[in-house]
Design a protein around this ligand. Structure first.
Ligand code: UDP
Length: 141
């Protein structure tokens, strides 16, 4: 099997709760490596552009408002099946449906403020990683 990369975001609610370290530790415990990371505070246009695929959805404005409400931590995770593994560790979009022990079950309040983001396919992973990181900011072993 080949290693792949995915983009992970610790959203403003989880940063405000001071659980960055606890969330990153879960990725590491699952065998994923953090090969790039930084904190950013998204502006309105950046958030709109990142979530452009959801532009027509009723929650779009609230989502952009939430994602610009405070700093976020973005990281590239690398490992076998990193995309699927990350999404398992995250849990369902709605924390009320997320399995016990998942990040969203343990740290998220509701479907709007749901602690983390993770790419959902190889195509979006590539696009989302390039949105936040230049090639030379990613440090594989
Ligand atoms: N979202 C929301 N309300 C909804 C559905 C989604 O605020 O009813 C937000 C939520 O933050 C979610 C993001 O939009 O994480 C992207 O939605 P998606 O369905 O892609 O879920 P994810 O891939 O994050 O699990």
């Amino acid at each position: 099997m080949t290693s792949e990369r995915t983009l992970s975001i610790i959203k403003p609610d989880a940063v405000a709760k001071n659980v960055i370290g606890e969330i990153l530790a879960r990725f590491e415990r699952a065998g994923l490596r953090i090969v790039a990371a930084k904190m950013v505070h998204l502006g309105q246009q950046e958030a709109e552009s990142f979530y452009a695929v959801h532009r027509e959805r009723p929650f779009f404005n609230d989502l952009v408002g939430f994602m610009t409400s405070g700093p976020i931590m973005v990281q590239v995770l690398e490992g076998e099946q990193a995309i699927r593994k990350n999404r398992e560790i995250m849990g369902e979009t709605n924390p009320q449906e997320a399995s016990a022990g998942s990040i969203r079950h343990d740290f998220a309040e509701n479907i709007d403020a749901n602690a983390v983001h993770g790419s959902d396919s190889p195509e979006t992973a590539k696009q989302e990683i390039e949105f936040f990181f230049k090639a030379d900011e990613i440090c594989s072993r």
